[in-house]
Design a protein around this ligand. Structure first.
Ligand code: NAD
Length: 443
């Protein structure tokens, strides 16, 4: 099939590359000239495990090309995927200007070329967006076309694997013609029997928000259990094991920490909360999820304050991990950004390291934070001459250092672990002062 992907970020580039790998001809369009130049030169502009290999293969076999010109990409396409940003607007509602802007251009192109095509919305968009895209295009042309909702469930850090073997594919359309085309396109990805679920557009759009807000709620619930554990002297690891074995609850997404971040959960929870309010419904549980997560991101700061008896000014703190989760360079809404700001406000200097996210963090961090930050070459150089270490991301290389190394390299081995990486007994044996989330402190 001939496919066009508009927007080559985490979703667009992974989708385009994987569709090309399954034998389709794919043209990716982006307005970012620099990005398109890089991709034409064979360079993957984001860090995503396994993407390089599939990308190289698709380019070599001439099934994946790049352009900045929407018209060139439109002409021969049978299916056009919109993988455009939908960032939160000022009032929390998803900003649809990227999606509707492209829909407007597509209207003119449909009129000019006069051929049936399917326009697929892969961006996460509020309920009713498929109708808006349809109206936008139809305001420019009478040519026949379909607009389909096809939310994407890939996880950054495992995006290629998730795209190649999705647990389910959701397709929102009431057009049989479009449903058949979408089924044909996705069949190679669900050979092992996972379902392609076809439904109406609105249910499909809401499914994506329901999935992300359910997951954000699960994480937040566990973070609140962790906060209660700290008050009552329980250990959240034990509680997690105790409830995770219940198949109704399940083992995944039960790890306590310093809150969720990333480009999806925060904005999607906010957007569905906002959409519900627009329809006169107060989605109370999501209001609480947002509030709890906000304070959880910087919950390490009061712990540090207590430890240093309110005197953080002039201290130097190390930070391991800047991305919002491991295996990605994405720092959008990462707790490390919030912690860096809070520490800068208190006059704390920071030495930071992340295996992949140093550059993205440098771009995203506030000016006041950057003034207090020194970017370090590697994990261990962070540890020299610091008063305490904060762990923000559970990268593998932070999971298993020799704990004795902390005592050797730090003048006082004090660790505030936002991801519960180490065993409490081992931390004690290694002579660490060790604070984690929802577990007894080792002092
Ligand atoms: N990142 C994820 O893990 C993930 C997962 C599922 C769904 N989503 C959703 O998918 C959508 C895209 O997310 P993303 O993380 O890939 O975004 P992104 O910001 O990484 O990428 C968006 C791309 O679109 C390009 N772009 C902007 N305007 C354009 C235009 N007019 N024409 C062509 N290109 C244009 C940008 O230059 C950028 O390269 C969002 O709605 C997001 O919520 C993201």
């Amino acid at each position: 099939m001939k496919i066009t992907v508009v927007g080559t970020g985490y979703v667009g580039l992974v989708s385009g590359t994987c569709f090309a790998d399954s034998g389709n001809d794919v043209i990716c369009v982006d307005i970012d000239n620099g990005k398109v130049d890089k991709m034409r030169a064979g360079e993957v502009p984001i860090y995503e495990p396994g993407l390089n290999r599939v990308f190289d293969r698709s380019i070599r076999e001439k099934r994946l090309t790049f352009t900045t010109n929407l018209e060139d990409a439109f002409k021969d396409a049978e299916v056009i995927f919109l993988c455009l940003p939908t960032p939160p607007g000022a009032d929390g509602q998803a900003d649809l200007s990227f999606v509707l802007g492209v829909a407007d251009e597509l209207g003119d192109l449909f009129e000019k070329y006069g051929e049936y095509k399917v326009v697929v919305n892969k961006s996460t968009v509020p309920v009713g967006t498929a109708d808006k895209v349809r109206e936008k295009i139809a305001s420019k042309t009478d040519v026949e076309f379909d607009v389909v909702s096809n939310p994407e469930f890939l996880r950054e850090g495992a995006a290629v694997e998730d795209f190649m073997k999705p647990e389910r594919v959701v397709i929102g359309t009431r057009s049989e013609r479009a449903a058949e085309i979408m089924n044909t396109l996705y069949e190679p990805f669900v050979r092992s029997g996972n379902p392609i679920i076809v439904m109406d557009e609105r249910s499909s759009e809401l499914t994506k928000y329901a999935a992300n807000s359910m997951l954000a709620t699960k994480i937040t619930f566990m973070n609140e259990i962790a906060n209660v554990c700290e008050k009552v002297g329980a250990n959240v690891d034990n509680v997690r094991r105790g409830i995770g074995t219940d198949s109704r609850i399940g083992k995944r997404f039960l790890f306590a920490g310093i809150g969720y971040g990333g480009s999806c959960f925060p904005k999607d929870v906010q957007a569905i909360h906002h959409t519900s309010a627009g329809y006169g419904y107060d989605f109370k549980i999501l209001g609480s999820v947002m509030k709890v997560n906000e304070s959880q991101k910087t919950s390490i700061i009061p712990k540090m304050n207590d430890h240093f008896e309110g005197d953080l000014s002039g201290k130097t703190v190390g930070i391991w991990g800047l991305s919002f989760k491991p295996e990605t360079d994405d720092v959008r809404e990462a707790p490390a950004l919030y912690i860096a700001d809070a520490l800068a406000d208190k006059g704390v200097k920071m030495k930071v390291y992340d295996p992949e996210a140093m550059e993205t963090f440098r771009v995203a961090a506030s000016e006041k934070a950057l003034k207090n930050i020194e970017f370090m070459e590697d994990r261990d150089s962070v540890l020299e001459d610091i008063d305490a270490l904060i762990i923000c991301t559970e990268w593998n290389e932070f999971r298993r250092p020799s704990l004795e190394n902390f005592a050797k390299l730090m003048k006082n081995p004090i660790i505030f672990d936002g991801r519960n990486l180490y065993d409490l007994n081992r931390a004690k044996e290694a002579g660490l002062t060790y604070y984690s989330v929802g577990r007894p402190s080792v002092i």
